[in-house]
Design a protein around this ligand. Structure first.
Ligand code: GLC
Ligand code: CA
Length: 551
């Protein structure tokens, strides 16, 4: 690991993993830290620089671990603190960093803090947000609209309502209480001391609530994260904070603060759905418009870009018209919808079209931001819409054609959830072993494109972006450039072939060299440069100056 690269997160490829879903080392049907450690060589082979672990803390598992009942203890099926330490150490040995989920906003109703707090005379009572009525903060939206009717739930013991932005079994902590603020810093200290490289901070907009507001991204919330950042910078320099703030562009950008005083990274929620909208409409405008809104950002910060994750593809921060486009194009069965979103993995979402999967990854790796991959999407894993909540996209990783997809040697009935056996996505062919043997597989292609992205990580990771304007909206072309180096990226968002002429006069006499294969294309002249692209195809070119370059 290059510890001199202070901005490592700007060049990194991230990979998101639920511990329970990756690999089961003791054959009890649930993945664990020992299993994860055994699969680190795979992640290193793929080119992953940083793993993001979903919550692994003790939990009754009613929201897959986002309902924590002890922040200082590991969920027993996942292993022990020693297993965790060993995992982090082995990851670091391979040059892979590790960040983990940090759930600040709420705890499980089983957490001893909440159980104690239900007694109105206990010192913990004020750790949560209580009210005698359920009418306060009425402007706050409900997030899990399919399950919850209110953000208040009556507690018969406290004889008061308690506040929760997510499930009613996830009471929100009261960040107006200094003890809460300090205790959550202790949680951060506890895990960073064990060697973590940072946190993906869950649900950051919701820490504070104030009457007359929508209770999201309030100044008090930013102030707390500034406090947290200054603690982390002082006590654990080099570790990062990443915000999960599903917000409109201005609010999402605000989490970078002045570049040095809040988050290092934030997920690019504004961009994610718009890549799918652009595909559905065969029109680059949604992507171009949103990127213009989310850049520039401070030099020390970066967006985390992603196509899919462990949640539904959220459509909260798009217009009604955009949401309709998404539902129309991507929802073929009512069970594919959840809350204001679509609960599908990447491959099934786009009907398993291999060109489209590759095009989407090409966008992910060439647009500004650091890419986050979701486990299993590298082998175009399928999903199971008949499992409840978001469990359909959290099935066991498919390693081989063996029993239980090579995930576990337990009896199939013992698995925490069934593996995918739908004929299109069956694990007998969709698995790491089979795909790694097939040179044309998605897995091998992805490994290769990751290599190319890393080779050009200065330009593609840190460079600025300039869009090339031309009348055919189906073609999305842009230049990334960094310290005199330039790359040209051309994408066909359409299901049909296109012919296009791009104005590249700025680069007269330069030669485009195709980045994956190093094949030189004809020199750029004064006339518009002519391209043809097959359906959903893309090109990345390194632009070589007439004097030749050394990069
Ligand atoms: C975040 C997580 C999601 C979880 C919610 C409540 O949005 O990504 O999985 O259910 O927070 O913690
Ligand atoms: Ca296990």
């Amino acid at each position: 690991m290059d510890s001199t690269n202070r901005l490592w997160y700007r060049d990194a490829i991230f990979y998101e993993i639920p511990v329970k879903s990756f690999y089961d080392s003791n054959n009890d049907g649930v993945g664990d830290f020992k299993g994860l450690t055994q699969k680190l060589d795979y992640l290193a082979w793929l080119g992953i620089d940083c793993v993001w672990l979903l919550p692994f803390y003790k939990s009754p598992m009613r929201d897959d671990g986002y309902d924590i009942s002890d922040y200082y203890f590991i969920q027993p099926e996942y292993g022990t603190l020693d297993d965790f330490d060993e995992f982090v150490e082995q990851a670091h040995r391979r040059g892979i960093r590790v960040i983990a989920d940090l759930v600040l906003n709420h705890v499980s109703d089983q957490h001893p803090w909440f159980q104690e707090a239900r007694n109105p005379n206990s010192p913990k009572h004020d750790w949560f947000v209580w009210s005698d009525t359920d009418k306060k903060y009425s402007q706050a939206r409900i997030i899990f609209v399919d399950t919850e009717k209110s953000n208040w739930t009556w507690d018969p013991i406290a004889k008061q309502y308690y506040w929760h932005r997510f499930y009613s079994h996830q009471p929100d902590l009261n960040y107006d209480n200094p003890e809460v603020r300090e205790e959550m810093k202790n949680v951060v200290r506890f895990w960073l001391k064990r060697g973590l490289d940072g946190f993906r901070c869950d649900a950051v907009p919701f820490l504070f609530e104030r009457e007359g507001t929508n209770c999201e991204s309030l100044p008090e919330t930013h102030a707390y994260f500034k406090e947290l950042r200054s603690m982390v910078d002082k006590e654990f320099p080099g570790t990062i904070l990443l915000a999960e703030a599903n917000q409109w562009p201005t609010e999402a950008k605000a989490y970078f603060g002045n570049g040095n005083d809040e988050f290092h990274m934030a997920f690019n929620f504004p961009l994610m759905p718009r890549m799918f909208i652009a595909l559905a409409k065969e029109d680059r405008t949604p992507i171009v418009d949103i990127i213009k809104q989310v850049i520039p950002i401070p030099e020390n910060c970066d967006w985390g870009t992603f196509l899919r994750n462990h949640d539904e593809l959220t459509l909260e921060m798009v217009t009604d018209e955009e949401r309709d486009v998404m539902y129309h194009e991507y929802v073929k069965h009512p069970k594919m919808r959840l809350n204001l979103g679509i609960r599908r993995r990447l491959a099934p979402l786009i009907d398993d079209d291999q060109n489209t999967i590759r095009l989407l990854h090409a966008l992910l790796f060439s647009l500004p931001g650091s890419p986050f991959l979701y486990y299993g999407d590298e082998i175009a894993m399928g999903d199971n819409i008949y499992l409840g909540d978001r469990n359909g996209v959290r099935t066991p990783m498919q390693w081989s054609p063996d029993r239980n997809a090579g995930f576990s040697k337990c009896d199939p009935e013992q698995l925490y959830t069934p593996v995918i056996t739908n004929p299109i996505y069956h694990y007998e062919s969709r698995n790491v072993e089979t795909q790694s043997r097939l040179s044309s597989s998605l897995l091998n292609w992805l490994k290769e494109i990751i290599r190319v992205r890393k080779k050009y990580s200065d330009v593609l990771g840190r460079g600025e972006i300039r869009f090339i304007d031309h009348p055919n909206l189906k073609v999305f072309a842009f230049i990334r450039s960094y310290k005199g180096k330039s790359m040209l990226c051309v994408n066909n968002l359409s299901k049909k072939p296109v012919a296009v002429e791009l104005d590249l006069r700025e680069y007269v006499e330069w030669t485009p060299i195709e980045a994956q294969t190093s094949v030189p294309f004809p020199k750029i002249g004064r006339l518009p440069y002519f391209f043809t692209l097959s359906p959903h195809a893309f090109f990345w070119f390194k632009l070589t100056s007439p004097t030749g370059d050394t990069w």
